[in-house]
Design a protein around this ligand. Structure first.
Ligand code: PLP
Length: 392
């Protein structure tokens, strides 16, 4: 049976939209660049397990995770390809990293030393990515510290310098790419000096979605594609930069739809206060639909009194404060509304649409946060382009 029939809340993952987005980016990838799909934060809320499975079918070259725990899930789902650990590694988890055959991002000598000893004990080599600081001042080794890392790699037996990377600070926040270009030229000069000191055959990677779309020179050997694969734009500025450039317009298709069913339905009189804090008072007799989701599920509390959902193809406004697992909406104008009717919280229904960008604007945040905070406890269901259930 289709699990949606008996679920009160679920997320649909559109496999065809995902395939479409990947093909859009593949076409824009310079030849020689490979595609790493970033699946951190439960694959941007889409579900790490289903997205890993889809990635296996879609000729993705590599996956990028934040944590050892995510990497374990990816391996448990049968992904055998390379996995880049993008987040920090605790020095006491180096054995887990070796068990899972991950490629670590190196920013600390201490961790590198622990990796070296563990790998020497096992008689294996570990391909390491050294992250270089070029201006984001987040992860990354400062230029003056690079030589000590290179010394270690030179004398090490088991850790091997395999890749060099960096990450841009504001490539999605602006249409002015001067800062990104400065970071890029710093990266190039660091790479040149590392190569001239005797390291070769290195895998270079710097690009996220916005970089791939707006500054193709950032692509090098590998692109770390995140949000775009899920059909979302990194920002309005990225969209604007892409539209003003030459070449075909990029059309992305959102992969995720979040739905629930009306859990309870009733009439309240005009003048009734609705929800916690009495923040909303009904101006008329109101048909209240009680939805079984709230901020703990990822429906941001900042959407209180602000957002709308789609019910029977029409907008139904959120009334009052969003609760932990309950949200109240005004269903007075939805014709023939019934208990257990499906409601679209995020996605498209008929001619109406509530996209992640809209929710982000209401909640004063970015689409990344909207999707990545969707509760991992919500069931994820993979569907085709027509919304039909696909087998696992
Ligand atoms: C999240 C992340 C990406 C992907 O960024 P998008 O904007 O989602 O494409 C790439 N690289 C690093 C280091 C990241 O943390």
């Amino acid at each position: 049976m289709d699990p949606r029939e008996t679920s009160l809340s679920w997320i649909e993952i559109d496999a065809e939209a995902f395939r479409h987005n990947l093909s859009v980016f593949r076409r824009r990838l310079p030849s020689g660049s490979r595609l790493l799909l970033v699946v951190k934060a439960n694959a941007y809320g889409h579900g790490l397990a289903p997205i890993t499975q889809l990635a296996s079918r879609e000729a993705v070259d590599q996956l990028g995770v934040h944590s050892i725990e995510e990497a374990a899930t990816v391996r448990a789902e049968g992904w055998r390809g390379p996995v880049l650990l993008m987040g920090p590694l605790h020095h006491l988890r180096v054995d887990a990293l070796l068990d899972l055959q991950l490629e670590p991002t190196i920013t600390e000598l201490h961790v590198l030393d622990h990796l070296e000893s563990a790998a020497v004990r096992r008689g294996i080599t570990v391909p390491c990515h050294l992250k270089l600081e070029t201006g984001t001042h987040r992860q990354g080794v400062m230029e003056e510290d690079v030589p000590s890392f290179l010394d270690r790699f030179r004398t090490a037996r088991a850790v091997r310098l395999h890749g060099l990377s960096t990450h841009f600070a504001n490539i999605e926040d602006t249409t002015d790419h001067r800062y990104a270009e400065e970071q890029l030229s710093r990266f190039r000069s660091l790479v040149a000096s590392i190569e001239s000191s005797g390291f070769s055959g290195l895998t270079l990677h710097t690009a996220c979605t916005a970089a791939l779309l707006t500054l193709p020179a950032t692509c090098f050997d590998l692109v770390r594609l995140g949000i775009g694969a899920y059909g979302l734009w990194p920002s309005r500025e990225t969209l604007a930069s892409t539209r003003t450039g030459s070449g075909e317009a990029v059309q992305l298709r959102p992969v995720l739809t979040w739905k629930c069913r009306i859990g309870s339905l009733k009439w309240t009189p005009a003048g009734a206060y609705v929800g916690y804090g009495c923040s909303y008072r009904a101006v008329r007799r109101t048909r209240l639909a009680i939805l079984p989701i709230g901020y703990a599920d990822g429906y941001d509390r900042a959407l209180s009194d602000l957002a709308h959902v789609i019910l029977r193809g029409q907008r139904a406004p959120v009334l009052g404060r969003i609760c932990m697992n309950i949200t109240l909406v005004d269903a007075s104008d939805a014709p023939e509304v019934a208990l257990e009717d499906p409601v679209t919280l995020l996605g498209r229904e008929g001619s109406e649409r509530v996209d992640a960008e809209r929710l982000a604007a209401w909640a004063d945040t970015i689409p990344y946060e909207v999707v990545s905070r969707l509760s991992p406890g919500l069931p994820r269901i993979v569907v085709d382009g027509e919304g039909r259930l696909l087998p696992d």
